[in-house]
Write a protein that binds this ligand. Structure first.
Ligand code: GDP
Ligand code: MG
Length: 595
């Protein structure tokens, strides 16, 4: 299609404000999916997305829109994820569009992710269409939400804001018109050498890497060999096409269009998101700037439950392609065997990866308690970056330890302010700013990342009855008073249970830790001493009771010879048991997460 009739756009919103529902509604109105095929939330096709009702991977879909004059338009819609951990995915998808629909739930108003996503779109120079959703709900407060949008950008006034119900479809036709009227058509050069941006990718076991591309200049087809400019890798594509919403092969993708390329490349690492695709002969002169790689913030060890390390390795490689913000290196644990030390954007991201391993690869994994990155300076001047508590140096060697701090923006209704401030204090937050946005309070505070990485988000949701929202941004590394807790069972250290905590928290955490371990460590045939050791001293200790009572002191009436036989067997078992490792089930690690 001619570029003047193409529109590329994304829908950006806070989580649960209705992006996927609106995307479904747009696909139904443009007959991309027939009413019959339209099941709720077509774009959320990963099982984890359906379970959590959250969009994790961005999707793209081509729709054809016929306006009132009978003119056909090509509408390429890119769905973006909304959770606080996934801002990186949003940024990637927006680079492939000219415009964005900023969707705000009128019962909730502007939230932290609304603001964060709005800023990304604004920085990318996109045309933004403000849309109020859920106006069918009695709790919708249209005037208040309009006022908040106006605070965000004075150009978002009543005249320019659309009111819809993505659920009933009311007002959605006006959104389709506004896309045509307000979002500029792409302006690539159709006859220039091919230049396409790889903005996402997925791995297919039969076809290899399938790259999602936005063609900027030129024409993409199967006639010529292609080149990935950053990897300097040549290949012959096996197919090009569009998602509408499933894969539909096309002869060409032209300047301004969005679609896919079946690369046939079997190495998932070869095709990086942010790559520039061009023709081998007559290539583009310069590659696109690419993306700033996402920084993993939270680390945890992942180990196969059933010792199937090769299967885990393959799955992790493929997930790493599909999700470039997920990083991994091989590691070996004394307690758990071969596995991976993995980096995540946040705790929710870790949970999503575990579920994807289970749903898409049939793998159950053990995950160790998450930690952040520690910058350690030793007394001998050496500098170490530690992402695994096991490698935390002995306390006598350490000069200083620094940990990451984040700036968090919490948006809450007035009446939730006290509870939020209490939570900030409880998690070692320092208040930086307190501001108003309409009838919302925006609390800006500085936290050690370790304090907000795990439970903070769900605690915030709980104290604010679901109304507060969170956005975080890395600030810097600062020196903090941190110590390593080592756990010993039967006087032998268990590496997978090591953790690094603030010194002031160590007494309470070690007590809670041994109590949790007492409840969750599988009982052995003998009492197992469990110690939590800090700087060489056991701060807390419990004995995990044995599986069975001792046959010798067990007052049942046994004959002397039977008792002797029992005792003999018992001592044999004991010897065998001390030699073998205590197997740690996931419940042990889950218990640690509760701390
Ligand atoms: P997303 O997280 O932004 O993709 O949000 P979803 O599209 O998954 O919607 C979140 C919830 O809000 C779902 O239960 C939807 O059915 C519901 N929802 C979305 N739009 C509307 C609407 O216009 N009216 C009502 N009443 N519910 C809606
Ligand atoms: Mg969604």
């Amino acid at each position: 299609m001619q570029q003047q009739f193409i529109r590329n756009f994304a829908i950006i919103a806070h989580i649960d404000h209705g992006k996927s529902t609106l995307a479904d509604r747009i696909m139904a109105l443009t007959k991309t999916v027939s009413e019959r095929d339209s099941h709720a939330q077509l774009l959320d096709d990963l099982a984890v997305e359906r379970d959590h009702g959250v969009t994790v991977k961005s999707r793209t879909v081509r729709n054809y829109y016929r306006d009132q004059t009978g003119q056909d338009y090509e509408y390429n819609l890119i769905d973006t994820p909304g959770h606080v951990d996934f801002n990186y995915e949003v940024a990637k998808s927006l680079a492939a569009t000219e415009g964005a629909i900023l969707l705000v739930d009128a019962t909730q108003g502007v939230q932290a992710q609304t603001i964060a996503n709005y800023r990304i779109a604004q920085q990318d120079g996109l045309t933004i269409i403000p849309v109020l959703n859920k106006i069918d709900m009695p709790a919708a407060d249209v005037p208040a939400t309009l006022a908040q949008l106006h605070d965000l950008n004075p150009a978002f006034d009543r005249a320019h804001t659309l009111m819809i119900s993505a659920k009933t479809g009311e007002g959605v036709p006006a959104v389709l018109e506004a896309i045509k009227e307000r979002i500029p058509a792409p302006s690539g050069k159709p006859t220039a050498p091919l230049k396409a941006l790889v903005f996402d990718s997925l791995y297919d076991p039969y076809q290899g890497v399938i790259a999602y591309v936005r063609v900027l200049d030129g024409q993409l087809d199967l006639s010529q060999p292609l080149t990935l400019m950053q990897a300097t890798l040549d290949f012959k594509a096996k197919g090009v096409g569009v998602f509408s919403p499933t894969m539909h092969p096309q002869a060409t993708l032209n300047a301004g269009e969005v679609g896919y390329v079946v690369t046939g490349i079997k190495d998932p690492r070869a095709v990086r998101v942010g790559e520039t695709l061009t023709r081998k002969t007559a290539p583009a002169t310069a590659a696109l700037p690419g993306y700033r790689p996402a920084q993993p913030m939270v680390f945890a060890g992942l180990y196969p439950k059933d010792n199937d390390y090769p299967a885990l390795r393959e799955a992790v490689l493929k997930l790493g392609l599909n999700d470039t913000s997920f990083s991994f290196t091989e590691e070996r644990s004394e307690a758990l065997g071969m596995g991976f030390r993995c980096g995540f954007l946040g705790a929710f991201h870790l949970q999503i990866i575990r579920e994807r391993l289970r749903d898409e690869y049939g793998l159950e994994v053990l995950a160790t308690a998450p930690n952040v990155t520690y910058q350690v300076t030793l007394k001998n001047g050496q500098h170490m970056v530690i992402t695994n508590p096991v490698q935390f140096p002995a306390f006598g060697l350490i000069e200083t330890v620094a940990e990451p701090f984040v700036r968090a923006e919490i948006t809450t209704p007035d009446n939730g302010l006290n509870a939020v401030l209490k939570l900030v204090d409880h998690h070692k937050g320092t208040l930086l700013d307190l501001g108003n946005s309409g009838d919302l309070v925006v609390v800006t505070a500085k936290f050690p990342l370790s304090e907000v990485a795990a439970h903070f988000f769900s605690e915030l949701k709980s104290v604010s009855h679901g109304y507060a929202s969170l956005n975080t941004e890395f600030l810097d590394n600062e020196v903090a008073d941190l110590v390593k807790i080592e756990v010993a069972m039967n006087y032998a250290p268990v590496d997978a249970l090591a953790m690094v905590v603030h010194r002031s928290d160590a007494p309470a955490i070690t007590q809670a830790l041994v109590k949790q371990l007492k409840a969750t460590v599988p009982r052995q045939l003998y009492p197992t001493p469990v110690q939590a050791i800090v700087e060489g001293k056991a701060l807390a200790r419990v004995d995990v009771p044995p599986l069975r009572k001792n046959a010798a002191v067990n007052g049942e009436a046994h004959s002397v010879s039977k008792k002797a036989a029992l005792l003999r067997r018992q001592s044999q078992n004991k010897r065998r048991a001390t030699q073998s490792q205590i197997k740690l089930p996931q419940s042990v690690f889950n218990a640690l997460l509760e701390l």
